[in-house]
Design a protein around this ligand. Sequence first.
Ligand code: CTP
Ligand code: CA
Length: 227
Amino acid sequence: AQLTAPTVDLTGKRILVTAGGTRERLDPVRFLTNDSSGKMGYAVAAAAQRAGATVTLITAPTALTVPRGVTVVPIESTQELADAVTSRFPQADALIMAAAVADFQPLTAATQKIKKTADNDELTLTLKKTPDILKTVAPMKQADQVVVGFAAETQELLKNGRQKLRHKHLDMLAANDVSRADIGFNGDNNQVTFLFADGTSQQTPVASKRVIGERLIEQVAKLFAKK
Ligand code: CTP
Ligand code: CA
């Protein structure tokens, strides 16, 4: 049974959502990743689906169940996520990048398991920057497409958020203060500030990720209406 009725109607809209923390391979049994649980992205995908949209969820590995009716595309690395997003973006009406994307990946992934050797007390990893997916997508963006980013910040939430909104050419950015223990990455609750390209902003109350997902989808519907 549905606990809350969809508050907006996105019937006919194709919405691409990304979720989870990407994994960057070090060797066949090890990878670098981050604290993302994927809960926020899954909540956004579920809210979009309840609103009637056709939803594709591109997801890094998580412990979560894919919402019913949502098409799932599993990825692991940032490069795989970048390929999955860029190939599907032209057919999408909106892209919502809730994935926690690794900023760096090992320069090379070892083909065999890295061994500890008797003479090495230290191991140095060389990392290289991953592609910035939102920046890659920006030049492909059509006037009627909506692009939403997330930003997890530990300081200067609004200043850093505004900068990302501009640099990544977003219609909206959901900024999230991850220095607070009660909200964010792993919990079930969240609080975000929606920043818009027109300079306005709106803060949600602390609420379940389900509710935050619904509020976000309401904002996406408003952005469609303005296009
Ligand atoms: N993002 C992306 N490609 C990357 C890194 C991030 O598309 N390589 C997206 C995220 O999915 C998110 C937004 O960009 O929607 C902001 O991510 P964030 O990590 O906050 O910003 P960065 O640009 O990586 O800056 P930094 O981590 O240095 O604050
Ligand atoms: Ca980053």
